[in-house]
Design a binder for this molecule. Structure first.
Ligand SMILES: [Zn+2]
Ligand SMILES: [Zn+2]
Length: 339
């Protein structure tokens, strides 16, 4: 009998025995090396769901993970470390055919209810979703490819111009990855805000030109004009509003965050009068090769973001600490088979 971390409902997470399901044809079995605790996992934990994706029965979260092959597969030997793309799109709907697999309405996403995720010792995954890794990659790097992919997708949507000033609203793990990808993409000064001091410190360390605690700082630094490009990566219902307030007239906004309570609060006139162009980011497109290249080439520092690495038994406390915004927590990784 293996074990897993389960979410049963709001603020109700626990470790318990878990029956590994039978593998299907075309699936590969992995020993889970490491799993990231993502903001979306935290929403399932805090709210018991995200929009229509509701936790109806105990489910195992975890979609950012790396694992060791339990048998030889496709030129890789048993024991090789691989990453997994959690998004299994149907491949034949209108959106898949247009190349938007991230928007497929028939998607099966590993670690989004009702599909159990990787916060367990072993997992079967479709072989088509296995991502081979360079030899020297660590479990930490394998995990961070997925959130880095979200950041790459956000910057793809944002299309920063060379040396363009950018406001970054929210400096959690995704925001801090976006910050670094923006720099690789040639963006100019990045003005980053977050209410939590330790996240601001990390943003400064990773190259933000200025850091502050709220959107009022961005307004003050830009003579109340705002910036031409704003990327929002918060979990706040006010994230959309703050992005609007940080934006210059005629500016572009990319919304990446998932708001607590699944609702945005926004003064309409502030947005309308600016004539804004707004995009919503949904997961990611074809990003893994670039994510691997960024990590392998040392262009993005994923290691500094990982503040906590724990075993499965510490998962409940780790979720609680993230829900409470405990000081010092940025990104936590869980190692279901031990560190
Ligand atoms: Zn994630
Ligand atoms: Zn589809």
């Amino acid at each position: 009998m293996s074990r897993a971390f389960f979410i049963r409902g709001a603020h109700d997470g626990y470790v318990a025995p878990f029956n590994l399901r039978k593998g299907q044809p075309g699936e590969v079995l992995l020993d889970v090396a490491s799993v990231g605790l993502c903001g979306s996992d935290l929403h399932y934990y805090k709210d018991g769901g995200i929009g229509s994706a509701v936790v109806k029965e105990p489910f195992v979260p975890g979609h950012e993970f790396g694992g060791y092959l339990c048998e030889d597969f496709g030129g890789l030997s048993k024991g090789a470390l691989v990453a997994v793309d959690p998004n299994k799109a149907c491949g034949h709907c209108e959106y898949c055919e247009k190349g938007y697999a991230n928007l497929c309405p028939n998607v099966e996403f590993i670690g989004a209810p009702p599909f159990n995720g990787a916060m367990t010792e072993r997992i079967w995954v479709p072989s088509s979703q296995i991502v081979p890794l360079p030899e020297n990659f660590t479990p930490l790097e394998a995990v961070m490819l997925e959130p880095l992919g979200v950041a790459i997708h956000a910057v793809d949507l944002a299309k920063p111009k060379l040396l363009e000033q950018v406001a970054l609203v929210g400096c959690g793990p995704i925001g801090l990855l976006i910050l670094q990808v923006l720099k690789v993409a040639g963006a100019g000064e990045i003005l980053a805000v977050d209410p939590l001091e330790h996240r601001r410190d990390m943003a400064a360390r990773l190259g933000a030109a200025r850091t502050g605690s709220s959107v009022n700082d961005i307004r003050a630094w830009t003579s109340r004009e705002g910036t031409p490009l704003v990327i929002e990566a918060t979990n706040s219902p006010l994230g959309f509003r703050d992005a609007v307030l940080a934006s210059k007239i005629g500016g572009r906004i990319v919304l990446v965050g998932i708001p607590d309570g699944d609702t945005y609060t926004l003064p309409a006139a502030e947005a309308r009068r600016r004539g804004l162009k707004i995009k919503f980011a949904r997961r990611m497109g074809e990003v893994y090769p670039r994510a691997i290249e960024l990590v392998a080439g040392g262009k993005v520092d994923v290691t500094s973001l990982v503040t906590h690495q724990v075993g499965l038994d510490e998962a409940p406390d780790t979720f609680r600490n993230h829900a409470d915004n405990a000081p010092g927590y940025i990104k936590s990784l869980i190692y279901p088979n031990g560190l």
